[in-house]
Design a protein around this ligand. Structure first.
Ligand SMILES: C[S@@+](CC[C@H](N)C(=O)[O-])C[C@H]1O[C@@H](n2cnc3c(N)ncnc32)[C@H](O)[C@@H]1O
Length: 220
């Protein structure tokens, strides 16, 4: 029996696995001198945005999962800018900095999370950093205008379809104006993946993984 079916058939295991996951996450933070753990509901944060209720709470994958997703891209990172749409406390930016991307950008609309990400960038102790041109921009994803350069865009369950649809439209508009190489790493429920880029004729799915899909923009 696989781990997933074992957990499904034994509900008592779920909290135990969550506690183990939290402990591993705390250990990673401690070793790297950062604060990226925990689930943070947006309702608990004091900020105003018309998209606040459509935003999903902050949480992050274990660094191993993020690293595996990045490694699966099979690109030369030095030719790309990496962007995390809804970067929260910035864990993905830190893991992405192990790859020699041209630059790394996180966008986040919750000011407290964006500030935590900036302070994590300063305090991070990681021997393997190969990109140090990293910035965090406090902005709503629907208002961010992409710069016309080759990009890898990362999404981890950031927002409900009402917001996601606007963001996908903005990305497509930018690509139509400035055709270029663009890859998407998208993590979330299969339903969310399918309705975001999966059902879009201009995006080709290159890979479906357990945690994330990879899509490429079809420029012709
Ligand atoms: C599930 S978390 C993922 C965090 C990060 N990408 C990671 O994987 O570690 C989703 C993030 O999206 C942010 N978010 C939600 N709606 C947003 C919006 N409209 N504009 C920018 N960020 C948003 C949330 O505040 C939260 O930090």
């Amino acid at each position: 029996m696989g781990l997933r079916s074992l957990v499904a058939s034994n509900s008592g295991l779920k909290p135990l696995l969550k506690a183990i996951g939290n402990a591993r996450c705390q250990a990673w933070d401690l070793i790297h001198g950062v604060d990226t753990c925990g689930d943070v509901p947006l309702a608990s944060l004091d900020f105003q945005s018309q998209n606040k209720t459509a935003g999903l709470e902050y949480q992050s994958h274990h660094p191993k999962i993020i690293r595996a997703g990045l490694a699966a891209l099979e690109i030369r990172p030095e030719n790309f800018t990496f962007m995390d749409f809804g970067c929260g406390k910035g864990r993905v930016l830190l893991v992405a900095s192990e790859f020699p991307f041209r630059r790394i950008v996180g966008i986040e609309f919750a000011p407290l999370l964006a500030d935590t990400a900036r302070s994590n960038l300063k305090s991070y102790r990681g021997g393997r950093q190969r990109c140090t041109a990293i910035e965090v921009i406090t902005v709503d994803a629907t208002e961010y205008a992409l710069t016309p350069e080759p990009q890898v865009l990362y999404f981890y369950s950031p927002f409900a379809p009402s917001v996601l649809d606007q963001v996908v439209q903005n990305i497509e508009g930018s690509l139509q104006r400035s055709p270029r190489e663009l890859l998407i790493l998208f993590s979330g429920s299969l339903k969310m993946r399918d309705s975001a880029f999966g059902s879009h004729p201009k995006f080709e799915r290159l890979q479906r993984g357990h945690y994330m899909d990879i899509y490429r923009y079809r420029s012709s």
